[in-house]
Design a protein around this ligand. Structure first.
Ligand SMILES: [Fe+2]
Ligand SMILES: [Fe+2]
Length: 223
């Protein structure tokens, strides 16, 4: 099993890193990505350096989080892809693919560079997903509960910050983040319904994964 997981990473799993980086590099094609006559999709272009720095940091870390979530579900599917849990995990992964696609588009449109840590999140996300799934369906679900709780709390803090800054200016961005936050909460609740808490060492596992999430958020904001 471990051999299959390792070869999966080595043969196939670098592609998404380059896909995301290419989305950033292709920001010269901005015109093609801009929606409608108003000239932007989710928020008006910044004219203020401080605002631009805040939004760049915010969207870079969101992109990194969705990228990491995709890698976690990929790791879980590499292990549990032929079990009864596969359709459920796949359906959550499909939503993460959509989240990542939206942030890929937003980064390209606004010429925001993704975090330089994507290659690290590629491997660590996959390894976390696969190793939790090696504990069985309950292990995978415990990982999902821990990660999705961290991501939804992170989105909630962004929603508060944008509401305080200028809710009218960020209407579409707020709508998008709220929609994704709700999806993450649904994943979290699915994990609990699927007996996440019954895996041995659940509390410790959850604390460790959430400490890792906090460190990943901290690093992705800055690098
Ligand atoms: Fe997501
Ligand atoms: Fe999620």
């Amino acid at each position: 099993m471990m051999q299959r997981v390792a070869s999966h990473v080595l043969r196939n799993e670098w592609v998404p890193v380059f896909t995301s980086l290419n989305a950033w590099k292709c920001s010269n094609c901005r015109a093609a990505l801009v929606n409608g006559a108003r000239g932007y999709s989710v928020f008006p272009p910044s004219t203020d350096c401080k605002e631009k720095a805040m939004l760049d940091q915010m969207l870079r870390v969101d992109h990194a989080g969705e990228y990491g979530a995709n890698r976690i579900y990929a790791g879980q599917m590499a292990v549990l892809g032929r079990t009864q849990s596969a359709p459920l995990i796949q359906s959550m992964w499909d939503q993460e693919k959509y989240h990542l696609q939206k942030f890929d588009e937003i980064l390209a449109e606004n010429r925001i560079r993704p975090t330089l840590l994507l290659p690290l999140w590629n491997v660590t996300g996959f390894v976390l997903g696969a190793s939790s799934a090696l504990l069985g369906k309950e292990g995978a679900m415990a990982c999902t509960v821990a990660v999705e709780e961290s991501i939804s709390e992170h989105y909630n803090s962004q929603i508060r910050a944008l509401m305080e800054a200028d809710p009218d200016r960020y209407t579409e961005l707020l709508q998008l983040i709220k929609e994704f936050r709700d999806d993450e909460l649904e994943h979290h609740d699915t994990g609990l319904e699927q007996d996440a808490e019954s895996v041995p060492g659940y509390r410790l596992m959850k604390s460790l994964i959430q400490a890792g999430c906090r460190a990943a958020i901290y690093a992705s904001k800055r690098i």
